[in-house]
Design a protein around this ligand. Structure first.
Ligand SMILES: Nc1ncnc2c1ncn2[C@@H]1O[C@H](COP(=O)(O)OP(=O)(O)OP(=O)(O)O)[C@@H](O)[C@H]1O
Ligand SMILES: [Mg+2]
Length: 624
C-alpha cells in the first residue's frame, strides 16, 4: 500500500506551504523538491539522493563547527620555539581564539537545542510507528500533523531498500467520447407484459429501436502525475461519466472505440484490467456495510492493500492499525471508531461523517490515479476546502493524480487545483490551467460579476440565465453548447493542448519503459503468490482470511438475525425430532427418513425469509 502522501492535515496552509512561509529558508521547498521532481522518473533513487543531500548538509555543518572549535595548539607551540615575545602575542591570540571558540560552541548548542525542539527534519527522520506522547506523528496526540506524518512516512519508506518503489500515473486523452442507449418507450412491469419485456431485452441486445445518447463528445486533455484537475459543469453535463471513463467504471454506457487514453505509458485496456485498483472512482453515494463499525470498515480497507514488505519490518496488523488511526485523525473521525457506519435506514454516524469515512476508505487505497465524484457533498465549506487540501497533499508528496468533480466550489478550493475542465451538455468547452480559465471566457465576451467565485463563473457559462455578456458583445458571444465547443476547438489554448498531448504521447509511449517501471513497483507490492496480472494486492488465501474476518465482524455488529435463526432452528429441531423420534433401523422407516431430510432442507431454505423481515424492519426505521 502506498500510503505516503495520501493524507491531509487539519490547519494545513497550502498557500503558506507553497510560499515557504513558516519554515526556515529553503527547508520546505527543499522537501517538496525531494518529493516532487523524481516522481515521474526515478522516484526511489532521486528521493534517496534528496534525503541524503539534506542529511549531509547537516552533518557537514556540524563537522565544520567541530573543527573550528578545536584550540589551535600547534600554532602556539611553533611560536614558542621561535620567539618569546611572539609567544606572548600568540597566547593572547589563543585566548581570543578560545573566546571565539566558546562563542561558536554556544551558538552550535543553541542551534542544536532549537533543532531538537522545533525542527521538522528530526521529525521527518523519525519512525512514525514509534511516535508517542505529544509527537506530531502520533495520530492519538492532539498535536498530530498529517503533513509531518506523510513526510516522515515517505522518508521511512524510501530508507527501506526492500520497500516497493513509489509509482505514479498521469493521463492524456484525445477523441474521448461516450454514449448510452435509451428506448423510446418504457412501462411498468407486471406479469402480463413479461413477454414484451423479453422482446425489449432482445432489442437492447441487438441494438434495434434504440436511441443513441451521446454523453461525452470528443474530449481532450492531459493531466500530469502530481496534478489536480477540477471537473466543472452543471448537473447532467457528463461530469460523472467523464470520471467513470477515466477510472474505467464503464458499466451502463459505452466508451467510443476511437477514444484514446494514455495512462502514462499504460493503455486503457491494461489499466482497467491488470491495474484496476490503481485508478479508482469514488462515487457520490456512500456504500458501506451499515452494521460494520467505522474502525472495522477502515481496517478492512487498510489490510486489503497491505504491501508485501512493510517498511522497517513493522508487523502487518500494527501497520494497518496505525495507518487507519492516521486517516481517522486526519479526517476528524477518530471518535467514531466504534460507531456503526449506518445508512439511510440504520442509525449510524452522521451523513457528513459517513462521507468522510468514504473519503478515508478511498485514501487508504493509495491509488496513484484518483477520481472523486462530488465527494464534498454533505460537507460544509471549510471541510470541502480541507478535503481538497488533503488530495493536494497526496499529489504533492506522493505524485498522485486527482480528478475531482465539485459543485459550488469555494474560491479557496478552486485555487488548490492545477487544471480545470468545463463541461456543457456533454461538450468540452475549456481545458487548461485554472489560472487562465477566467481570462479565456472573458476573451470570448463574458464578464465575471464582482464577488463571484471563478468556479461559479465557469459553471455559469453553461446557463443562459446566469452568464453575463460584456457590453457590445451580444452578437459575438457563443450561445449553444455546440458554439461553445467550436470556439474552444478554434482557440489558441486548444492548439497548445494538442501539442502538449502529442509531447506526452511521445514521452510516455504506450507499452514503453514507464509501463515496466509501473509493473515492477506493483509486483513488489503484491503478495508473493499473487499473479502479476492480478489487480489484487493480497493473495487468494489472504483475501479469504480478510473477508472471513469482516464476515465475523459484521456478525458481531448485528448478531440478532443469526441468533434468531439459531433459536428458530433449535425449536424446530425439537418439534421435528419429537415427531420422527426413534425411527426403526429397517426399510420401513425409509419414507419417514426422506420426509425428515426434506424438512431439514426446507426449514433452512425458509430461514432466508427472516432477512426479508429484517429488511422491512430497517425500512420501518425511516418510515417512523
Ligand atoms: N447509460 C446511459 N444511457 C443513456 N443516458 C445516460 C446514461 N448514463 C448517463 N446518461 C445521461 O448522460 C447525462 C450525463 O450523465 P452524468 O451522470 O455523467 O451527469 P453528471 O454531470 O454527473 O450529473 P450530476 O451532477 O447530476 O450527477 C445525463 O443526462 C444522463 O441522463
Ligand atoms: Mg454525477
Amino acid at each position: 500500500m502506498s500510503l505516503v502522501g495520501n493524507f491531509a492535515f487539519n490547519n494545513y496552509d497550502a498557500t503558506a506551504d507553497r510560499a515557504g512561509a513558516g519554515a526556515r529558508p529553503g527547508e520546505t521547498r527543499r522537501q517538496s523538491q525531494i518529493y516532487y521532481e523524481p516522481i515521474s522518473d526515478q522516484p526511489t533513487e532521486e528521493h534517496l539522493r534528496g534525503l541524503h543531500r539534506v542529511r549531509s548538509s547537516y552533518s557537514n555543518k556540524r563537522r565544520r563547527s567541530t573543527v573550528t572549535s578545536q584550540p589551535p595548539q600547534d600554532a602556539i607551540n611553533l611560536e614558542r620555539t621561535e620567539d618569546v615575545e611572539k609567544t606572548e602575542e600568540a597566547i593572547d591570540d589563543s585566548l581570543s581564539d578560545d573566546e571565539e571558540d566558546k562563542r561558536r560552541e554556544d551558538e552550535v548548542h543553541t542551534l542544536a537545542r532549537r533543532l531538537t525542539t522545533k525542527s521538522s527534519y528530526t521529525e521527518a527522520d523519525q519512525s512514525p510507528f514509534e511516535a508517542t506522547g505529544d509527537s506530531k506523528l502520533n495520530p492519538r496526540s492532539p498535536h498530530f500533523n498529517g503533513k509531518a506524518w506523510a513526510r516522515a512516512m515517505l522518508n521511512y519508506h524510501l530508507r527501506d531498500p526492500k520497500a516497493h518503489p513509489i509509482r505514479t500515473a498521469g493521463l492524456a486523452f484525445r477523441n474521448l467520447s461516450a454514449f448510452g442507449y435509451g428506448a423510446s418507450t418504457d412501462y411498468q412491469k407486471n406479469v402480463f407484459n413479461v413477454l414484451l419485456e423479453s422482446w425489449g431485452l432482445v432489442q437492447r441486445l441487438l441494438r434495434i429501436n434504440q436511441r443513441r445518447i451521446d454523453i461525452l463528445r470528443d474530449f481532450e486533455g492531459v493531466v500530469y502525475a502530481g496534478e489536480m484537475l477540477v471537473v466543472l459543469g452543471p448537473p447532467g453535463s457528463g461530469c460523472s461519466t467523464l470520471l467513470k471513463t477515466i477510472a474505467g467504471e464503464t458499466h451502463g454506457f459505452t466508451v467510443d472505440s476511437n477514444s484514446y487514453l494514455n495512462y502514462q505509458g499504460i493503455s486503457a485496456a491494461q489499466m482497467h484490467k491488470d491495474f484496476r485498483g490503481e485508478a479508482i472512482y469514488t462515487a457520490e453515494v456512500d456504500a458501506h456495510f451499515p452494521m460494520l463499525s467505522v474502525g472495522d470498515t477502515l481496517t478492512f480497507a487498510a489490510r486489503a492493500r497491505l504491501p508485501r514488505h512493510i517498511p522497517g519490518g513493522v508487523q502487518k496488523n500494527d501497520f494497518a492499525q496505525h495507518v487507519r488511526d492516521v486517516v481517522m485523525a486526519i479526517f476528524g473521525i477518530s471518535h467514531t471508531i466504534d460507531t456503526r457506519v449506518g445508512n439511510e435506514y440504520i442509525r449510524g454516524v452522521s451523513g457528513g461523517e459517513r462521507k468522510r469515512v468514504t473519503i478515508a476508505e478511498a485514501t487508504l487505497s493509495g491509488a496513484p490515479l484518483q477520481c472523486w465524484d462530488n465527494s464534498t457533498r454533505g460537507l460544509d465549506s471549510a471541510n470541502a476546502i480541507e478535503f481538497c487540501r488533503t488530495v493536494r497533499t497526496g499529489t504533492e508528496v506522493n505524485g498522485n493524480t486527482a480528478c475531482v468533480a465539485i459543485y459550488q466550489s469555494p474560491q479557496a478550493a478552486y485555487d488548490i487545483f492545477d487544471k480545470a475542465i468545463v463541461l456543457y451538455e456533454g461538450r468540452q468547452i475549456y481545458f487548461g490551467p485554472t489560472t487562465e480559465a477566467q481570462a479565456y471566457f472573458e476573451r470570448l465576451g463574458f464578464e465575471c460579476p464582482a464577488r463571484q467565485t471563478t468556479a461559479d463563473f465557469l459553471t455559469s457559462m453553461t446557463s443562459p440565465q446566469e452568464r453575463v455578456v460584456r457590453e457590445g458583445w451580444a452578437d459575438r458571444v457563443p450561445r449553444t453548447p455546440d458554439e461553445f465547443a467550436q470556439r474552444w476547438k478554434d482557440s489558441e489554448e486548444h492548439k497548445k493542448l494538442m501539442v502538449e498531448i502529442d509531447e506526452y504521447d511521445k514521452k510516455y509511449s504506450i507499452g514503453g519503459e514507464y509501463l515496466k517501471k509501473f509493473q515492477e513497483s506493483r509486483r513488489q507490492q503484491q503478495a508473493k503468490h499473487q499473479r502479476v496480472g492480478s489487480p489484487y494486492t493480497l493473495s487468494y488465501a489472504q483475501q479469504v482470511r480478510l473477508c472471513l474476518w469482516r464476515g465475523f465482524r459484521r456478525l458481531a455488529g448485528d448478531p440478532s438475525l443469526t441468533f434468531t435463526q439459531l433459536f428458530g432452528n433449535f425449536i424446530m429441531a425439537l418439534i421435528i425430532g419429537s415427531v420422527f423420534y426413534n425411527l426403526g433401523a429397517d426399510t420401513a422407516s425409509f419414507y419417514s427418513r426422506g420426509a425428515l431430510l426434506f424438512f431439514a432442507v426446507l426449514l433452512n431454505a425458509f430461514g432466508s425469509a427472516l432477512e426479508v423481515r429484517y429488511f422491512l424492519r430497517s425500512c420501518h426505521f425511516q418510515l417512523c
